[in-house]
Design a binder for this molecule. Structure first.
Ligand code: KG4
Ligand code: ZN
Length: 364
């Protein structure tokens, strides 16, 4: 082996992956390298169209992906300034999510991979979120992940690529869903999280008392539908006797309290894993992590447990394609491409062996 070969062997050339995301209302394409360089990260959202409907309309979203994907991919290639020769594979979200959008993204990715003779990587959207902290902060395994978005509220011990232990999930609504549905009740518009956060700035969280479902429970699961009902009932009962800002502040407080409590429990459980206990790291991902009050609370919860808190930048915490491309590099580095026959999965839990949470309903 020559000195050059030896160097190459120690520092193999980074792998470059094109990633596509289309599982909800964002059509996104990104090009990312295994050395953590983001060459491009392009995102187009149809959320403005959905705003007038008060939530994502699957048929409209799928149509928007069809119209937008090709220009978004072209833009990503232009921004990266590279040609197909320099791309080593194509990754796409293959679930969980709205099946129309997932089909648009995976069919396009497979066609591009086939045409350019590159490997294809079928990526679990949740794994994209779960591995982002390795792209942004080179976090080592294992770590605890709180994923809080419009579709998911989960606590996962991330042990390795493809290896997850789900410690908790929601029995009903996701935290972001609660923000969105409650904003509708309060007439604050969509998406509800930022609107409630803004309104809450002028409100008194103690003006009314809302419940804290599952606070103190001896497991790490969440439940938010009781809180949704409690807020709707309070609005019906007290009406204008409270300001909208007071309802918003009380709701934000209750959600924050529940999240803080469940994460405290999960950190304690995760510490039973010796490798985790050595250097406990809490990673937060998903749109709800953008909430200042929630972020501050999680910061306190982590420091109380002597854990490091890592919150990737908002643009990489919410849905994006860089996380899908990055997950593609993780599989590519391990030499694990997907079969082109891989069927998209609208439901696709990261921990297939996790027992359903107590109570009704099972979320992916
Ligand atoms: O991760 P994300 O962009 O998309 C998915 O749901 O996958 O998360 C969107 C969710 C929405 O429910 C939105 O209301 C919530 O994140 N969200 C927030 C804030 N910004 C976005 N919730 C609370 N406070 C915020 N500042
Ligand atoms: Zn997501």
């Amino acid at each position: 082996m020559t000195a050059h070969d030896e160097k190459k062997h120690k520092n193999p050339a980074p792998i470059t992956i094109l990633g596509l995301e289309s599982s909800c209302d964002e059509t996104a394409a990104a090009i990312v390298r295994s050395d953590t360089t983001i060459l491009s990260n392009v995102i187009a959202s149809s959320s403005e169209i959905h705003a007038s409907h008060g939530g994502v309309v699957p048929e409209i979203a799928a149509r928007a992906h069809l119209d937008t994907l090709e220009p978004v991919v072209r833009h990503a290639l232009q921004e990266a300034g590279i040609t197909w020769d320099e791309i080593d594979g194509v990754a796409a979200t293959a679930g969980p999510g709205l099946i129309g959008g997932v089909l648009v993204g995976t069919v396009a990715a497979k066609a591009m991979a086939q045409f350019h003779d590159k490997p294809y990587y079928a990526i679990n959207h949740l794994e994209g979120h779960a591995l982002t902290a390795r792209l942004t902060d080179k976090v080592a395994f294992p770590y605890l992940l709180l994923l809080v978005s419009g579709g998911h509220t989960q606590l996962l011990l991330v042990k390795d690529v493809g290896s997850y232990e789900r410690l908790g999930t929601t029995m009903d609504d996701a935290a972001g869903e609660l923000f969105d549905k409650s904003a509708k009740v309060l007439g604050l518009g969509y998406p509800g999280g930022p609107a409630i956060e803004k309104s809450a700035l002028n409100g008194n969280p103690k003006a009314l008392r809302l419940p804290r479902p599952l606070k103190g429970a001896d497991h790490c699961h969440f439940s938010f539908s009781g809180l949704k009902t409690a807020l709707a009932q309070a609005v019906e009962k007290y009406g204008d006797a409270h300001e909208v800002a007071d309802y918003a502040a009380a709701l934000q407080d209750a959600i924050t309290d529940c999240l803080g409590d469940r994460v405290t429990k999960a950190l304690a459980i995760a510490k039973q894993n010796a490798a985790f206990a050595k250097d406990p790291v809490l990673v937060v991902a998903g749109g709800v992590a953008a909430n200042k009050k929630i972020a501050e609370t999680l910061d306190k919860v982590a420091s109380n447990a002597q854990a490091r808190l890592i919150v990737p930048p908002a643009a990489l915490c919410t849905d994006n394609a860089a996380m899908i491309a990055w997950a593609g590099t993780e599989y590519a580095s391990r030499g694990q491409p997907s079969s082109r026959d891989f069927a998209p999965r609208p439901r696709w839990p990261l921990d297939e062996s996790a027992a359903p949470p107590p109570g009704r309903g099972v979320r992916p």
